[in-house]
Design a binder for this molecule. Structure first.
Ligand SMILES: Nc1ncnc2c1ncn2[C@@H]1O[C@H](COP(=O)(O)OP(=O)(O)OP(=O)(O)O)[C@@H](O)[C@H]1O
Ligand SMILES: [Mg+2]
Length: 344
């Protein structure tokens, strides 16, 4: 439902010139929780600001439900923007207004009648868990509570899309989790499409269905979260994945193990159903190899299981060949660590 075509943004002023985005194409499905990850300066905030035209793209198109925002102006653009809510890292609340008045703010700007505004605010407060804070001021709230106000305010005009720019970066890990869970509930209950900008892979792991990796102003990879976690294509995506699932063996150990005769080191990633299959048992009984487990972890990826194993497989050439076929026929994503890391 959001199509980004050949998006480019150049900042120029005086003698400075920065290409913050170039040739970015993305397709964000309706109802998805779409993560955009990248290092500092990659162009993430620029991208998210271009999505609602807070920043005007230098080139390309932003299509939301088929409507190109880049050609709209005035009243048409204002209407289209109503469909897009946004939350920020530092919450951007009005300090002189209470929680209820902050949530009401976009509705007042929109010219809505007082009674209708009150009704909407009263519906939103319990949704974000702030019924008892209605008349508090932002200075009386914790960071997590402030972000809940930000979320309620962003939802006030009933948008189709919620943009989140580093919405949890100023929060501690536990509060981060509660905000991510709230976003997950909102996505499920309201069917809202959520775009999340972050530099933390654990945010992606927790709630996203899809992820795009931005690097040096370009989108270097985009796919479902499962695909990127099990088989990242770019170096930068691999780095992000290993930041949450560190599965590297120490160099010395790797060298020593690699010198063993008749043995291979294999990294296996498994997801969902395959996580519950007795792979090791199968390798031993069906292929006749011996297995040495060097590393293992099973994590939750949203609501599915994601496993990471490093095995030493010992046996004759024939037995190891059978093991290779066994892994393949079980649709496992695997790669050899001592065959120059070549993919199977
Ligand atoms: N208003 C601006 N004027 C000039 N250059 C800018 C402006 N905003 C961003 N840039 C430049 O564009 C590039 C991308 O910036 P952007 O803020 O989009 O990165 P980011 O990925 O959000 O980084 P961070 O993780 O640090 O927030 C950077 O080189 C930045 O210096
Ligand atoms: Mg940013």
């Amino acid at each position: 439902m959001i199509e980004i075509n050949n998006l480019g943004k150049v900042y120029s002023g005086g003698r400075s010139y920065t290409r913050a985005l170039g040739g970015v194409d993305l397709s964000i499905p309706k109802g998805s929780v779409y993560g955009i990850i990248g290092l500092s300066g990659a162009g993430k905030s620029t991208l998210v600001r271009c999505l609602n035209l807070l920043e005007r793209p230098s080139e390309g198109q932003i299509l939301i439900n088929g409507q190109d925002l880049t050609v709209l102006s005035g009243e048409e653009l204002r209407k289209a923007r109503r469909r897009i809510g946004m939350i920020f890292q530092h919450f951007n609340l009005l300090s002189s207004r209470t929680v209820a008045e902050n949530i009401a703010f976009p509705l007042e700007i929109d010219g809505m009648k007082k009674a209708e505004i009150n009704k909407i605010v009263d519906e939103l407060l319990p949704l974000v868990g702030l019924s008892d804070k209605k008349d508090s001021y932002p200075s009386e709230l914790s960071g997590g509570q402030k972000q809940r106000v930000g979320i309620a305010r962003a939802l006030a005009l009933k948008p189709d899309v919620l943009l989140c720019d580093e919405a949890t970066s100023a929060l501690d890990p536990q509060t981060t989790l509660s905000i991510l869970n709230l976003l997950k509930d909102i996505n499920r209950e309201l069917g809202l499409t959520i775009v999340i900008i972050t530099h933390e892979m654990k945010v992606i792991k927790e709630i996203c269905t899809h992820v795009a990796v931005l690097h040096d102003a370009k989108c270097v990879e985009n796919a479902t979260v499962e695909e990127v976690f099990t088989s990242p294509k770019s170096d930068i995506a691999r780095e992000f994945v290993s930041s949450v699932f560190p599965a590297e063996l120490p160099e010395d150990l790797l060298r020593e193990l690699s010198s063993h005769k008749d043995s291979e080191l294999v990294r296996i990633n498994f997801l969902g159903d395959t996580a519950s299959k007795p792979i090791i048992n199968g390798l031993i009984t069906e292929c006749g190899v011996q297995i040495n487990i060097l590393y293992g972890s099973v994590e939750h990826l949203r609501s599915s299981l994601f496993g990471n194993l490093i095995l030493e497989i010992r046996g004759t050439d024939e037995q190891r060949g059978l093991a290779h076929e066994y892994l393949k026929s079980n649709s496992l994503v695997f790669s050899y660590l001592n065959r120059g890391g070549a993919d199977a």
